[in-house]
Design a binder for this molecule. Structure first.
Ligand code: SF4
Ligand code: MG
Length: 333
């Protein structure tokens, strides 16, 4: 499989008056061409920061990609100038955010925004651009496209606006689409429609997708692979089946247990007690140890080695590694 994106040892920090927040702490993952990778975790775990780093949208200062590499096809994203990045954003890599209104200009018609978005990056006539805009509205399922192009954002429902944002993100035919909580602001029925739309678009265009979400229901629907983040690290990654049925990390299991199940109505949910560690001074060992029912002494002292369970499934937890006992002995010396 062709890798379109490879992130290695990514570190992102933010300087604040209270000290330096280590928001992303050595993240590794890749994305294959044409697949959907979901990055899941609680708010503040570093998933949005990771996706913003890929787009080079970390405000510097106070933020900084302090280490690591982000390879998009042949390009090392971390080394590009802002000018080079501008020719990539919205063209090769597009991003969709939770609130569709922030991506749309309320004073311009949808048609103008789509056409200008395209003409900014492509040498293309106005009539060609308009034809492409019509195609895009059709692709994202907006009926009466000819009439709709003349309307303003406020004339559309929330779900329709998110469809327009998706059309805008895709009009330059990017190879990578990053969607940060794209359905969180929408009601459940519309959410399902937007998720179906992502699948349809991927089939039609072959675009690779990174989906940032805290919602495992969304993941179950459209992800091929899943990376679970906790306290600035990816603690488990696997294909969807491995994460949902064979998860090994106590945190992943806790997340899965906290999802309401329709078939177990009335059954009590078991959310994970406690809160994530302070990222001003994250623990040296496993960041989950304070909340983990299985924590051993070694967990507090040494960050777990990554155990490779299959070509797709990796987990950072001492329960997986026999060396935990040896290491504990050395750490105690
Ligand atoms: Fe729990 Fe230890 Fe595994 Fe961390 S490394 S998840 S504390 S058992
Ligand atoms: Mg976020």
């Amino acid at each position: 499989m062709e890798k379109i994106l490879e992130v290695k040892d990514l570190h992102v920090t933010f300087r604040t008056y209270g000290g330096t927040v280590k928001a992303v702490r050595g993240v590794n993952f890749h994305l294959n061409k044409g697949e959907t990778l979901a990055i899941v975790g609680e708010s503040g775990c570093g998933k949005s920061v990771t996706s913003n780093a890929i787009m080079r949208l970390i405000p510097d200062p106070p933020g900084k990609i302090s280490n690591g590499s982000i390879r998009f096809k042949e390009k090392e994203i971390t080394r590009l100038t802002e000018k080079q990045m501008r020719s990539i954003r919205g063209v090769d890599i597009s991003m969709i955010f939770q609130d569709p209104m922030t991506a749309l200009n309320p004073t311009l018609t949808i048609g103008t925004q789509l056409v200008e978005g395209l003409q900014q990056h492509r040498k293309i006539s106005a009539s060609e651009a308009k034809a492409k805009a019509l195609d895009m509205l059709e692709l994202v399922g907006i009926p009466n496209a000819v009439e709709r192009l003349k309307q303003y954002p406020h004339q559309f429902s929330g779900g329709m606006r998110q469809r327009i944002v998706i059309a805008m993100a895709l009009i330059c035919e990017p190879e990578l689409l990053i969607a940060d909580e794209p359905t969180t602001a929408l009601d459940v029925t519309i959410q399902a429609q937007i998720l179906e739309l992502f699948e349809k678009i991927q089939d039609a265009t072959g675009v690779s997708i990174i989906l940032i979400t805290h919602d495992l229901g969304v993941v179950a629907k459209i992800a091929d692979r899943v990376a679970v983040m906790y306290a600035g690290k990816i603690i488990e990654v696997g294909d969807k089946r491995e994460i949902f049925y064979e998860s090994q990390h106590p945190y992943t299991k806790g997340l899965l247990n906290s999802v309401p199940r329709l078939d177990l109505q009335g059954e009590k949910l078991t959310p994970i007690d406690g809160t994530p560690p302070d990222l001003f001074s994250p623990p040296e060992g496993c960041p989950f140890s304070a909340r983990c029912p299985f924590a051993m002494e070694v967990c507090d002292k040494v960050y777990p080695v990554t155990t490779v369970r299959s070509t797709s499934h990796e987990v950072d937890c001492w329960l997986q590694d026999e060396r935990a006992k040896q290491l504990l002995a050395t750490a105690e010396k």
